[in-house]
Design a protein around this ligand. Structure first.
Ligand SMILES: *Cc1c(COP(=O)(O)O)cnc(C)c1O
Length: 397
């Protein structure tokens, strides 16, 4: 069966009420039929639910679907994407270990690595996403235990070559941990390219409608067992309600991603032709410097497009004023198109040299392309580019 069929047909076993749609299991604990069953469940000679911090039917259904989509053996769902990122590091790293990480990271992942793990004697080295194999190799130390990265990166849309990292892993034996949030399991399966773990913020495309927070990490039975021990005892569990919402969202993930990607590509192509848009970046545009790698590693380009507008923050203000459809928000991965100016919002705390290294300029706009009719989006973005350029010219005159 195809994944799309399984994403819809993977479901919690029907109860005595013969319901069609999985009900919400809002229960903190589960009962034992007998004293022996309680003993067996705790000894793990019998599999089953005990307490919702450990497992819950709604959460299990969601995890099963993502494992299936990611070709992973097992997984753990968490309350947020950051809880998944943190659990995947805290469970597997110890004092004295070293992480090699891609420089372009989600802000909170950067804070975990530089402000939290360092307190416990875990050191790090950053490498540019587009660094050569020799440059990645040079960052590896004898105590490197994990390579952590995002591909495509935020907001630079740079790709890391997963096959290249898998080659280095063969030689040095570290864990490859990929934040696969931007691509989703529909567009990219890092485990197929040799990664050990794939982590996601389910808050983004998995929910896809801007409603609930969630996270998940999937990988081999052996690594997930260690993360499960950590999660069971430290408690970053996903709520049954969020799992129920997310599991239903996964039924439409493939369909939504298809439309996100076709809208994004068409909008990127249109804006690339626009005289008042200085540049456009999208992994599936032939003008993207890593277009060939994108085609090899991803099934489609994703929903995120970045554009560069000349005129700095003044231009951004005029552009925002002229836009009719998009929401102004720092979030992404929603049915609604969202625009963000990374320089003044998501990445505003970075130092000038860090911004320069990530290509974050004052006029950079990140577009999370939604599911509106693409004709409307093209028309709105095109007129806003024209109008905002005119506003600046008349201000200068
Ligand atoms: C949003 C995001 C996260 C964090 O997820 P939360 O659910 O907000 O905790 C991590 N990585 C990436 C790439 C994200 O976009």
């Amino acid at each position: 069966m195809k994944k799309q069929t399984k994403a819809i047909r993977t479901q919690t076993k029907k109860s005595q009420y013969r319901e069609h749609s999985t009900p919400l299991f809002l229960t903190s604990s589960f009962t034992f039929e007998t004293a022996e069953q309680g003993k067996a469940l705790f000894e793990e000679t019998e599999e089953g639910n005990i307490y919702s911090r450990f497992s819950n039917p709604n959460v299990t259904e969601f995890v099963d679907k993502i494992c299936m989509l990611e070709n992973a053996e097992e997984g753990i769902a968490t309350a947020t994407g950051m809880a998944a990122v943190f659990a995947s590091m805290a469970a597997l790293l110890k004092s004295g270990d070293h992480i090699v990480a891609c420089r372009a990271l989600f802000g909170s992942a950067h804070q975990i690595i530089t402000q939290i793990l360092n307190k416990w004697g875990i050191t790090h080295t950053y490498v540019d996403a587009t660094a050569t194999e020799a440059e990645w190799e040079a960052a590896i130390q004898p105590n490197t235990r994990m390579v952590y990265l995002e591909t495509p990166s935020n907001p630079g849309l740079e790709l890391v070559d997963l096959t290249m990292l898998a080659r280095l892993k063969e030689k040095y034996g570290f864990i490859i941990n990929v934040d696969n949030c931007f691509a989703t399991p529909i567009l990219q399966n890092p485990i197929d390219f040799g990664a050990d773990l794939s982590v996601h913020s389910a808050t983004k495309f998995m929910d896809g409608q801007g409603r609930v927070l969630g996270g998940i990490v999937v990988g081999s039975k052996e690594l997930i067992a260690q993360i499960r021990f950590f999660a069971r005892h430290t408690g970053p569990s996903m709520s049954p309600f969020n799992a129920w919402t997310l599991s239903k969202s996964i039924e439409t993930l493939e369909l939504r991603m298809e439309r996100h990607c076709s809208n994004a590509l068409k909008l990127a192509e249109a804006l690339e032709q626009h005289p008042e848009v200085q540049s456009v970046k999208y992994p599936f545009l032939p003008s993207h410097p890593q277009y060939e790698l994108a085609k090899k590693q991803m099934h489609a380009g994703g929903s995120i497009v970045t554009i560069e507008l000349e005129g700095g923050f003044e231009r951004v203000k005029a552009f925002y004023d002229a836009l009719q459809i998009p929401s102004l928000s720092s979030n992404l991965g929603d049915t609604r198109t969202i625009v963000t100016n990374p320089n003044t919002t998501t990445h505003s705390k970075l130092k000038p040299d860090e911004k320069a290294a990530l290509g974050i300029t004052p006029g950079l706009i990140r577009i999370s392309v939604g599911l509106e009719a693409v004709e409307d989006l093209i028309e709105d973005f095109s007129q806003a580019a024209t109008v905002s350029a005119q506003v600046l010219k008349s201000a200068e005159a």
